[in-house]
Design a protein around this ligand. Structure first.
Ligand code: 17E
Ligand code: FE2
Length: 458
C-alpha cells in the first residue's frame, strides 16, 4: 500500500461504509492508514522525526483530535484514506512579506538582484498601494501556502508608509482568515526606524492598532549608532506593549555588521530571549570564526530564535563578490548544533526581491539542505522540523495549538510521501490539509501516462 501512488477516495458518508468499523463513536472526520510523524526530538545526535512503523488512524471532532490509534472503531461524516502516507503537523511559515507579495516586475524588475534595489523598487510600488490590492494578493498567497499545508504564518508589514495602507488591509485580512489560518503581523520599518522623521511614530501607531510583533532593520539605519539605538527603542516598545520582537538583522554581506550581538544582549538583559527572533543574520556567515565563536556563547545564553530564508539569501547575497563567492546564508547548521531554535521562511513569493517562489515550505527546506550542507539523515529531518515544529516555537504557538496529540487543535497535513526523505526529494504535495478539524484543501497528484515505444528496431 505504502508505495502505491495515492489516489483520492470518494468521501464516505457516516455509517454503513467500508470505512466505518463497528458502531463505536461518531466523529466529524477520520484519517485512516496514516504514518504519523513524531517531531518530538530533533536535536543533533538523536534519531529524530521518526515515523511510526504501523499505520494509524486519527479521529477528529469539535475542532480537536479526539483519538489516535490503529483501526479506530467508529465512523465519521468524512473519512480520508491516507494510504500509508505521512501525516504531519502543519507547516509554519515563520517569515514572509505579504504586503509586497506577487508584485514581481511592478513597476520594474530587479536587475542587480540585490536587497537594496529591491527596497528601491518596493519604495516605488508602495506609492500605488490600495487596501483591495494588498488584500487580494495576500489572500491569494495565503491560499497558495495553505494548499501546501501551511496553517500558521508570520508576515512582516512595512509600516514606513505614512498611510499604513498595507497594515490596515492585513489587519482586516487577519480577521477574515482566522477560521482557517493563523496569521501574525510584524510592524516592520522597511525604510529604517530613523530613516524618516515620522517612522518611529508610525511603528508605535501600528502597535496601538494591534500588530502582533515588533520588527526592526538595524543594518539599514543610517549609522551604526542609529542601528544600536533602534534596537533599544524597539525593545522598549516591545515591553511597553507586551509584544515579541522579530528583527531583520544583519541582512548584508558586511562582516562588520554586528547588530546580532546587540539584539542578543538586550534579550538576555531583559529576559526576553524566547520572545526575540533574529531573522536573516546573513552577515554571520561572513564573520571570522574567532568572533563567531564568542558570539555563539552569547547566543546560547540569550536563547533567542533564528529564522533563515535560504531561497532569498542565496540569491541576494554575494552579489558584490567575484570568486570565491559567499553563500550568504546564516550558520544554520552550527546554530542547530548549539541547540538554538532555528526555523526557515519563504520570505518572498514573486516580489521585488525574488521573482520565483511556489509557497511550498518543502522548497525552502530543500534549499536549506543544500546551501547549509545538511545532507545527513538527521540533518534532513532537522530541516523538516525547521518548517514545522521549530517555526511554531518561534511564533509562540504553544500547548494544545500545535502537534499531533489527543486534545490538540486538529491541524494536520497528509503528504504524498511515506518518508521525510521522499517528501523532501519530491517536494511532494499536501494531498489533504485539515484545519481545525475541517478538510480545507485536497490536491490530487499528477499521474504520468506512458507510451514507451515497443521493440522498435533501430
Ligand atoms: N525587505 C528586506 O529588508 N529584506 C528582505 N529579504 C525582504 C524585504 C524580502
Ligand atoms: Fe524578510
Amino acid at each position: 500500500m505504502a508505495n502505491q501512488p495515492y489516489s483520492p477516495q470518494p468521501d464516505s458518508e457516516s455509517e454503513g461504509t467500508s470505512n466505518s468499523l463497528g458502531d463505536g463513536p461518531s466523529y466529524d472526520l477520520i484519517i485512516r492508514n496514516g504514518r504519523l510523524l513524531d517531531l518530538s526530538d530533533t536535536k543533533p545526535g538523536n534519531q529524530c522525526c521518526d515515523t511510526q512503523p504501523e499505520l494509524t488512524d486519527i479521529a477528529m471532532g469539535d475542532r480537536r483530535i479526539l483519538a489516535i490509534g490503529p483501526n479506530l472503531p467508529g465512523h465519521a461524516k468524512q473519512t480520508i484514506d491516507a494510504q500509508g502516507n505521512l501525516v504531519s503537523p502543519p507547516f509554519v511559515e515563520s517569515h514572509i512579506h505579504l504586503d509586497s507579495i506577487l508584485t514581481a516586475g511592478e513597476p520594474r524588475w530587479n536587475q542587480s538582484g540585490t536587497l537594496f534595489e529591491g527596497i528601491e523598487i518596493w519604495g516605488d510600488r508602495k506609492q500605488s498601494l490600495s487596501q483591495a490590492d494588498v488584500k487580494a494578493r495576500a489572500l491569494a498567497a495565503l491560499k497558495l501556502q495553505a494548499s501546501h499545508g501551511v496553517l500558521h504564518v508570520r508576515s512582516h508589514v512595512d509600516v514606513s508608509e505614512p498611510k499604513l495602507i498595507a497594515l490596515h488591509a492585513l489587519l482586516e485580512l487577519q480577521e477574515d482568515v482566522r477560521p482557517w489560518i493563523d496569521l501574525q503581523l510584524v510592524a516592520f520599518p522597511q525604510d529604517g526606524l530613523y530613516g524618516a522623521p515620522q517612522n518611529s511614530d508610525l511603528l508605535e501607531e501600528a502597535l496601538k492598532l494591534g500588530t502582533d510583533v515588533v520588527g526592526g532593520i538595524p543594518h539599514y539605519e543610517l549609522t551604526r549608532e542609529d542601528g544600536v539605538s533602534s534596537i533599544h527603542r524597539l525593545f522598549d516598545l516591545a515591553e511597553k506593549y507586551d509584544r515579541p520582537l522579530d528583527f531583520h538583522c544583519d541582512e548584508i554581506d558586511d562582516p562588520q555588521s554586528r547588530f546580532l550581538e546587540v539584539v542578543a544582549a538586550c534579550a538576555l538583559r531583559r529576559e526576553m530571549g524566547h520572545r526575540t527572533t533574529a531573522s536573516h543574520t546573513t552577515a554571520f556567515a561572513s564573520y571570522d570564526n574567532g568572533y563567531a565563536t564568542k558570539l555563539m556563547g552569547l547566543l546560547r545564553r540569550a536563547q533567542i530564535n533564528f529564522i533563515a530564508n535560504p531561497l532569498i539569501n542565496i540569491t541576494l547575497q554575494g552579489r558584490g563578490d567575484s570568486y570565491p563567492k559567499r553563500r550568504g546564508v546564516t550558520r544554520v547548521k552550527e546554530l542547530w548544533q548549539a541547540g538554538l531554535n532555528v526555523s526557515l521562511g519563504h520570505d518572498c513569493i514573486q516580489d521585488p526581491w525574488y521573482g520565483l517562489g511556489s509557497g511550498n515550505p518543502l522548497d525552502v527546506a530543500h534549499m536549506a539542505i543544500h546551501v547549509c550542507q545538511m545532507t545527513g539523515q538527521e540533518e534532513i529531518s532537522a530541516c523538516y522540523a525547521m518548517v514545522t515544529r521549530n517555526g511554531a516555537q518561534t511564533l509562540g504557538i504553544q500547548g494544545q495549538k500545535y502537534g499531533l496529540q489527543i486534545g490538540n487543535l486538529a491541524n494536520l497535513v497528509v503528504l504524498n510521501a511515506t518518508t521525510l526523505r521522499e517528501a523532501l526529494s519530491q517536494r511532494g504535495m499536501a494531498i489533504a490539509v485539515i484545519s481545525q478539524g475541517h478538510c480545507l484543501a485536497q490536491t490530487s497528484p499528477p499521474q504520468t501516462e506512458w507510451q514507451l515505444p515497443a521493440n522498435r528496431t533501430p
